[in-house]
Design a binder for this molecule. Structure first.
Ligand code: DON
Length: 541
């Protein structure tokens, strides 16, 4: 294995490119190209490797979205997002007085949706993979068995979660020492239970998550922890093929996702309204530009939160939200001259961390994969199954009650109510950009609702403000959703002039240390190059 890893490191980028948030996972993924794998094999390997080396977000017990463009140019969207267990109902997270019990949808077994990651990866591999399944699982098994060395940042992240792990015997046996302290930087973290689980998955494929010992272990822990998961939930879970949402912008073709992702609608609504000539003339630093973009994103969030959810629950055509007449109508109101309040200001706390993860892969033949995967919050529901993997708290992405904000401050509508078998609305937004028939960019980010504004800004930076890829990724970001009405900005995003301008038009503002963690591939100087976000510790090869 080591041989393969070293061998890969000497490969030229055009022999395949990969960008993930965690260097071991990137190297392991790259080894798949050296074995002759395609982008799908490499992406599946990345997903399993991240489940080992990036436990805050990489996962077996979560879900996500897989966007694939074949070398021949066909695009596919595989939705492996979690579903609400069959025993779910709209009042699941309400207490006796009808009030939302916030911790129930965020912490512990009741917060867990039926995971899709393992069956999803198995389905992607079955449809489009080239290498044998076991070969694709091999790097993750090796990393779990042999261990990986914690960095300062990953050990700090474990320390942050230690108080939660302490309540879960399985999680504490993996992430804490015998005194209950989380492992320090430099510790080699071996995960033998997880290695055994991965071996079983290598043996049984997606079925390992449909029935058998892994599912039995999950069900036992769920029952003991007050959860509502059943054997039928796992047996019946299916990843779904969904329409890719294509649209054209700035002479490019954008491949984005349809619901239950809000990415496609959001990106088409915002990007197409932001081709205002004044934006390119004033440039990205001007207060007017920031305000205009913020107005567009706040407006798009209103539609997202009101209308979107699992498409199975729609009684209207979601494509009406991107109909030409509708977009033209909205564009008329768009301006950087003013601040438009959404309604009476509500003070929703922002509690999220940056703990979802996105990875981008290109194979030498031109196949592109863009995957965002998550446990939702950092380390999900903070409970671990006996198989040594953490479970998601994706149920918090549903609207627990109308008018009540979830952990991201999102106040969402009836189309995203908790309904058995449905998938919660997501902001995850993997994207592939095609220029003159060739993939020009593959990108995505974590960040809850800030995923949408992060991905949009990297696209604006690259294609409207014509920054080079490195600058497009590094340029300081900001975020505005509908509620709260505050514009969050990274240091360096607003200068004194733009800040004074925003203040004058009445835009509430707040500093935020960091927004997003983009892992991208861009066509640059005649080849596909991997770019990771300077805000984090990712590696691109
Ligand atoms: O699907 C979603 O929109 C969320 N579960 C994503 C969560 C996320 O990005 C957490 N990281 N900040």
């Amino acid at each position: 294995m080591m041989m393969t890893l070293f061998l890969f490191l000497s490969l030229a980028p055009q022999e395949g490119a990969v960008a993930t948030s965690e260097p071991y996972a990137t190297v392991a993924t790259s080894s798949i190209f050296a074995e002759g794998g395609n982008a799908v094999d490499a992406a599946v390997a990345a997903s399993f490797a991240l489940a080992v080396t990036y436990p805050a977000a990489g996962n077996l017990g979560g879900g996500g979205f897989f966007l694939y463009r074949t070398p021949q140019g066909e695009a596919h969207f595989l939705d492996f997002r979690e579903t609400a267990p069959a025993a779910s109902h709209p009042d699941l997270y309400l207490d006796a007085s009808g009030k939302v019990n916030k911790s129930a949808s965020r912490l512990g077994w009741r917060a867990v949706g039926i995971p899709g990651s393992v069956t999803g990866m198995a389905e992607a591999h079955r449809r489009w993979g080239r290498l044998p399944w076991k070969k694709v699982l091999a790097p993750a098994i090796w990393l779990a068995e042999d261990g990986y060395v914690l960095t300062k940042k990953s050990s700090q992240s474990l320390a942050w979660a230690a108080k939660y792990f302490a309540k879960d015997p399985m999680a504490s046996s993996v992430f804490l020492d015998t005194h209950g302290t989380s492992w320090p930087a430099g510790h080699r973290l071996k995960q033998p239970e997880l290695a055994a689980t991965l071996r079983l998955i290598a043996e049984k494929g997606g079925d390992a998550f449909r029935r058998g010992p892994l599912v039995d272990g999950i069900l036992k822990a769920s029952r003991a922890g007050g959860g509502i998961l059943t054997a039928e939930d796992f047996r019946d879970y299916r990843p779904e093929m969904r329409p890719v949402h294509h649209f054209h912008w700035q002479g490019l073709e954008l491949l984005t996702l349809s619901p239950p992702s809000s990415g496609g609608v959001f990106l088409e609504q915002t990007l197409t309204s932001l081709v205002h000539p004044k934006l390119s003339i004033l440039g990205p630093m001007a207060g007017w530009t920031v305000q205009c973009i913020g107005e567009a994103t706040a407006l798009a969030f209103q539609d997202r939160n009101r209308w979107l959810g699992d498409p199975d629950g729609f009684d209207f055509a979601w494509t009406d939200l991107v109909a030409e007449d509708y977009l033209n109508h909205r564009r008329k109101f768009l301006s950087g001259d003013r601040f438009t309040p959404t309604s009476a200001p509500l003070n929703h706390p922002f509690l999220e961390s940056e703990e979802t993860t996105h990875f981008s892969v290109m194979d030498p033949q031109g196949g592109a994969v863009s995957v965002t995967t998550t446990l939702n919050g950092a380390y999900g529901a903070k409970v671990m199954a006996p198989g040594g993997f953490l479970m998601n708290n994706e149920m918090d992405d549903f609207a627990a009650a109308p008018g009540t904000a979830n952990q991201f401050g999102l106040v969402q509508g009836k189309y995203n109510a908790v309904v058995a078998g449905r998938r919660p609305l997501s902001s995850m937004s993997p994207v592939i950009v095609v220029k003159e028939g060739r993939v020009d960019a593959v990108l995505g980010s974590p960040g809850g609702p800030t995923i949408l504004t992060t991905v949009m800004q990297v696209l604006l930076n690259r294609y409207l403000f014509t920054m080079n890829p490195k600058a497009a990724m590094a340029f300081p970001r900001f975020h505005r959703q509908d509620l709260p009405e505050v514009l969050h900005f990274e240091p360096g995003r607003l200068n004194d002039f733009s800040r004074a301008y925003l203040k004058r038009v009445g835009q509430p503002m707040k500093r935020r240390s960091s927004l997003g963690d983009v892992n991208a591939i861009f066509w640059w100087e005649g080849e596909w190059r991997a770019f990771t976000d300077p805000r984090h510790e990712g590696l691109g090869l």
